[in-house]
Design a protein around this ligand. Structure first.
Ligand code: ADP
Ligand code: MG
Length: 711
């Protein structure tokens, strides 16, 4: 874009080094371009003037025309002072009572008191503009702007920009901001270049950038604002998709993949001995993976599937394809509990194949570890299951061909990169990333825009719906009785406590108190209660977990360590304590632990006395639906995509400025299709009509690490 955009903001009229420093530290605005890309988060219709009687404190900014009735000055200590004393700067507060034909209200000033006092003369009428609030039970406005009453303009929308206390005290008020925007536009518009070529503006019916920038800051009317907003959102999402798809295109042409042309004996034997038929979705996904593996290009695939959709089976069969072609496979899980469980399940499936599997975790003993290292190096171990222990430098494969990562969001980028470096002959292994956090389509398209995505959108048959209910403390006794009934029928129950920071001791109090209470309610020898949490040693954890999995313990009290993957089909009750403290997708994950067996299952959300509106909405949604994707969409709407659980670490490839993944799904889909269309015509963006696009994609924010190495 133009040079003017790159100008340091301090050279804008009215800025200077001091204000420039403020803009930088408070708003991350360094250049004129940054400033112009700081859009109003709201607009105020300055043509509306309110009556005092209609004002209430939860209104945003309002305008009111009032006549000054009474002016009083107060010193710091609260004592009233005279206007004489103001001259000596003793005054600390100016209180002005204004009135219109419906009532009276107070406006208050703490700064520039002398100046205000000189102008707000009783009998004069002004247009006041500010945010109403309550103080001592009465409505007032602090530091409103004020002007001549006729300055209320018909149909003018005034932008409100993000602001901070420091900006305001530094003199960068809303009004000043508007002046800066105006100066910035004046500087930039004459030489502004549009990154979107004319043909795109025409085909998509978009307004030019110059129009969009002017109207987003100074809308002529609602219609012009809507056009400007749409154009800027489309541009943002289109360029993002274009960059992602272009990278994907480049990679799919260049990244060499280990050749795996066969399915192999092991795959067939395992497949034939499965105790059930694969679901249609599982079959489809395995076909997709098989195609990738024999394509000669490196696979980079994300496998999404709701809790219980049967991803493990897909992992096993994929691994066996690798083994059938003379390679090894590894499956990395985020927790020890889960790695153990995977290993136990997988060993069963592998039994008829003769393929050797092993388990490597942080608590594998030295002797066993040495043996496993040797087995990996000489190739006798075909499939290794483990935790982070797998990425240690001491782990060397003979010929790693496929790396599967379960619940990928728990791994850092660096950790993944270390695993990819272990590929056979220095070629990165094929990569399958599995996640049970259903990611809304719009988010997946952006987060993983350069990966291929497979979705298991079908549950294995026989999964019963889980009945979910949300109750308060008054139902606690009933809840315990309900668990007793279920135990009497031979079932088991989970009781989960919130523990947001596994490392923080304070949170354990809840869990410990809860455990004591549960033991009192379910005493030995009639009952047996197991407990699992993050501060136990691996042996302790395995012991308790084992007791529950084997059915020796009736109840498992735990923190969210059981969230991921634990499979106990006989468990029919999931109680979630202080459910209001959990996020939606976490609740969904937890609920997915039950309903896996043939029995009817229940999820009981225990809520505290004080539940915020937001939390109640989450709990209501949990009771209303079991659809993980629906829940994920809602979660994103409620929390915003940056916050979406499970995605914080992967993060958005670039931060969005105006578009929202939660709200602008339609624009995003359209932008993606259109980006595909543009790249089909001109894959390398070399045609003369696309030079501005190519130049835009060379900017820092679009140039990122090669995701084939890290995702
Ligand atoms: P995920 O990892 O996707 O949450 P799992 O792989 O743990 O799910 O599978 C959940 C349960 O469903 C397991 O007990 C598994 O044995 C079973 N399962 C998987 N695929 C099928 C199928 N096609 N038919 C019946 N049961 C299946
Ligand atoms: Mg799983």
């Amino acid at each position: 874009m133009s040079k003017a955009m790159d100008t340091d903001v301090q050279y804008l009229p009215g800025v200077g080094p001091k204000r420039a420093a403020l803009l930088r530290s408070e708003l991350e605005v360094a250049t004129v371009g940054d400033l112009l890309h700081l859009y109003p988060f709201r607009y105020i219709d300055r043509s509306t003037v309110q009556k005092i009687a209609d004002i209430h404190p939860d209104q945003a900014y309002i305008q009111v025309v009032g006549t000054v009735l009474k002016v009083r000055l107060f010193a710091k200590n609260g004592a009233e002072i005279t206007s004489e004393q103001v001259r000596y700067n003793l005054a600390n507060r100016l209180s002005v009572i204004i009135g219109d034909d419906t009532g009276e209200m107070e406006v208050v000033f703490f700064k520039g008191v002398k100046w205000m006092h000189a102008r707000l003369v009783p009998g004069k009428t002004f247009l006041f503009f500010g945010k109403p609030q309550t103080f001592n039970g009465r409505i007032n406005m602090v530091h409103p702007e004020f002007d001549a009453p006729e300055s209320a303009q018909a149909g003018v929308l005034t932008g409100i920009y993000p602001s901070t206390e420091k900006l305001k005290t530094g003199g960068i008020t809303g009004k000043v901001m508007l002046r800066l925007m105006s100066a910035a536009l004046e500087l930039v518009l004459p030489t502004l270049e549009d990154p979107l070529p004319d043909y795109i503006l025409q085909e998509k019916g978009l307004v030019p950038l110059s129009f969009a920038l002017r109207q987003i800051h100074f809308p002529a009317d609602q219609n012009a604002l809507a056009k400007a907003t749409y154009r800027l959102k489309f541009e943002e999402l289109f360029l993002l998709q274009l960059s992602l798809l272009k990278q994907k295109y480049v990679r799919s042409r260049s990244a060499v993949g280990l050749p795996m042309p066969r399915v192999g004996e092991a795959f067939n034997r395992c497949y034939e001995s499965l105790p059930y038929d694969l679901t249609g979705a599982q079959k489809r996904v395995i076909r997709e993976i098989r195609e990738d593996l024999r394509s000669g290009h490196q696979m980079n695939r994300l496998l999404q599937g709701d809790v219980g959709s049967g991803k493990t089976m897909v992992a096993v069969l994929s691994s066996l394809i690798a083994v059938g072609n003379g390679y090894q496979a590894c499956l990395m899980a985020p927790t020890e509990v889960l790695a153990h469980q995977h290993f136990n399940n997988i060993s069963k499936y592998l039994a008829p194949t003769g393929v050797k599997a092993a388990l490597l975790t942080g608590s594998t003993g030295t002797a066993a570890r040495r043996e496993i290292h040797a087995g990996l190096e000489d190739g006798s171990i075909g499939l290794i299951v483990g935790t982070h222990a797998l990425i240690e430098d001491t782990v060397v494969f003979k010929s790693l061909g496929l790396a599967i990562v379960d619940e990928q969001h728990r791994f850092g980028v660096d950790q993944r990169a270390r695993l990819w470096a272990k590929g056979a002959g220095g070629i990165p292994p094929h990569v399958l990333v599995m996640t049970a956090t259903p990611i809304p389509r719009t988010l997946a398209m952006t987060l993983y825009g350069d990966l291929d995505v497979s979705v298991i959108d079908e549950m294995p048959p026989g999964r019963k719906p889980v009945q979910t209910l949300c109750v308060g403390e008054n139902k606690r006794i009933a809840m315990y009785n309900f668990i007793r009934d279920e135990i009497a029928k031979g079932r088991q129950a989970f009781i989960v406590y919130p523990l947001i920071f596994e490392s923080e001791k304070v949170d354990y109090k809840n869990l410990e108190l809860g455990y004591e209470e549960v033991i009192k309610q379910f005493p030995e020898p009639q009952y047996h209660v197991a407990i699992v949490h993050g501060q136990q040693s691996a042996e302790e954890k395995a012991f308790h977990m084992g007791a529950f999995v084997a059915g020796r313990a009736n109840i498992l009290v735990s923190t969210t360590v059981i969230e991921v993957g634990v499979d106990v089909p006989n468990a029919s009750v999931m109680v979630i304590e202080s459910a209001e403290r959990f996020g939606l997708s976490q609740l969904h994950q937890l609920r997915g632990r039950v309903g896996r067996g043939a029995e009817r299952s229940f999820c009981i959300l225990m809520k505290g006395y004080k539940v915020s509106k937001e939390s109640q909405k989450r709990l209501d949604l949990m009771c209303a639906t079991e659809n993980g994707f629906e829940i994920a969409e809602e979660d994103m709407k409620m929390r915003g995509p940056g916050d979406l659980e499970g995605t914080q670490q992967s993060g958005l490839p670039i931060s969005l400025n105006i578009a929202s993944l939660a709200r602008d799904g339609l624009i995003l889909s359209d932008a993606r299709l259109y980006a595909e269309h543009v790249l089909e015509q001109d894959p390398a963006l070399e045609k003369p009509g696309n030079t501005s696009l190519a130049a835009e994609l060379r900017k820092d924010k679009y140039v990122r690490k090669d995701y084939s190495q890290i995702s």
